[in-house]
Design a binder for this molecule. Structure first.
Ligand SMILES: [Ca+2]
Ligand SMILES: [Ca+2]
Length: 381
């Protein structure tokens, strides 16, 4: 009797910690219940809806859309890890998010027209730090691809945010990320060719949000507002071992820049590179005038701590390498001849020993980050 009583008392505990692997594959033809690759769910939203804390969702290569209405969205689950980058042929067990891309797309309506797409692709509210998304491409949203709010602390790794737009004039957003409060982390993420038409650049962080970015690339993003990449309002942002290349602002207002901080924002940047970003500085004789490597940081009642960084225009900081060419491998082919990011032929790698940044880093700034985007030993270690 005593044994039975103990068993009964334990049951709720066992049930609460039980964790599952849930499978998603767009072209699966089995029972559609997520219990194996054979019987994988064909939709990611079904897997998310049926997941619980401590579950892991594995998503095979393919394109996944939140729905067919522009208000559809994937809702992140607290404490659930979601991995993309599995081969569709399930005899291949190696996970490779570059070779087997798992794409979350907002493309609906006219495929040639981005402004009728899904507003918001992935939404997270009140997520703890054991909530992880790893190995996805988020593309073609029409207002922001990722929206975080509440005290959210999720971790995003190996995510490409590309070709997203911020088109809504009435809803403040960054084309790739909109973060209200919380402290999300972005590790090994690539932000490529996102565009803010009316809005707050590529990443809009506000209301006490404290995002951290490590080993990230911000490449060829653009904005018709004041900042091409970051718009920070009452935000504490940390940017480590990251590169800003070829970003642009297209409208001349007052103070075009790559990163804008307002309302007591604090921005810490270390071991990073700013190169070949441009701002529109005027309109003369019917021609738009751009300035290469002009203002990178614009601070309004805000502060920046910049160290061990190659930067072209901003000169306030510690151990800065000002107006130096970082000597990337190939700035004309960012993802390299194989047309995929995260591989050895990628263009924005530093060329040892010619690159001035190779030995300019500060180990303390990148504690725990031992490799770069390609998995090579980090340049700062
Ligand atoms: Ca469309
Ligand atoms: Ca490549």
């Amino acid at each position: 009797m005593r044994k039975l009583l103990i068993l009964i008392l334990l049951l709720p505990t066992v049930s609460a910690t039980f964790s599952r692997i849930i499978y998603v594959k767009a072209n699966a033809t089995g029972s559609n219940n997520g219990t194996s690759w054979l019987h994988a769910y064909t939709r990611l939203d079904w897997a998310l809806n049926n997941s619980n804390t401590n579950d892991t969702i594995k998503v095979a290569t393919g394109t996944y859309k939140p729905g067919i209405a522009d208000t559809a969205r994937f809702r992140m689950k607290n404490g659930v890890t979601v991995f993309g980058g599995y081969a569709s042929d399930t005899t291949i067990t190696i996970r490779n998010w570059s070779l087997y891309p798992t794409i979350i797309s907002g493309e609906i309506g006219d495929p040639t027209y981005p402004y009728d797409n899904i507003d918001l692709l992935v939404q997270g509210i009140n997520l703890n730090a054991s909530t992880i998304w790893d190995g996805f491409i988020l593309e073609a949203s029409s207002n922001t691809s990722l929206h975080l709010s509440g005290n959210s602390q999720p971790i995003f790794r190996n995510i490409i945010f590309r070709n997203n737009n911020a088109n809504e004039s009435l809803v403040a957003a960054g084309a790739a990320i909109t973060s209200q409060g919380g402290s999300p982390q972005f590790i090994n993420c690539i932000f490529f060719n996102n565009h803010a038409l009316f809005n707050k650049g590529t990443v809009y962080s506000y209301d006490g949000s404290a995002p951290a970015f490590v080993n990230c690339l911000f490449v060829k993003n653009s904005s018709s507002d004041t900042s091409s990449v970051f718009y920070l309002s009452a935000s504490i942002a940390s940017i480590t071992s990251s590169t800003f290349f070829g970003n642009a602002t297209y409208v001349h207002d007052d103070g075009q820049c790559v990163i804008k901080g307002i309302n007591s924002s604090i921005i810490t940047i270390s071991n990073s590179i700013f190169f070949y970003n441009r701002n529109k500085v005027g309109y003369f004789g019917g021609i738009d005038v751009y300035e290469q490597d002009s203002s990178e940081l614009l601070l309004v009642n805000s502060t920046a701590n910049v160290s061990n960084t190659i930067i072209q225009n901003f000169t306030t900081g510690t151990s800065l390498l000002v107006a130096q060419n970082p000597r990337f491998r190939d700035t004309a082919d960012i993802d390299g001849p194989d047309n995929r990011f995260f591989t050895a032929d990628d263009g924005l790698q530093l060329m040892n020993p010619c690159s001035p940044a190779m030995n300019g880093g500060n180990n303390n700034a990148a504690t725990g980050v031992l490799t770069d985007l390609l998995g090579n030993p980090s340049r700062v270690s």
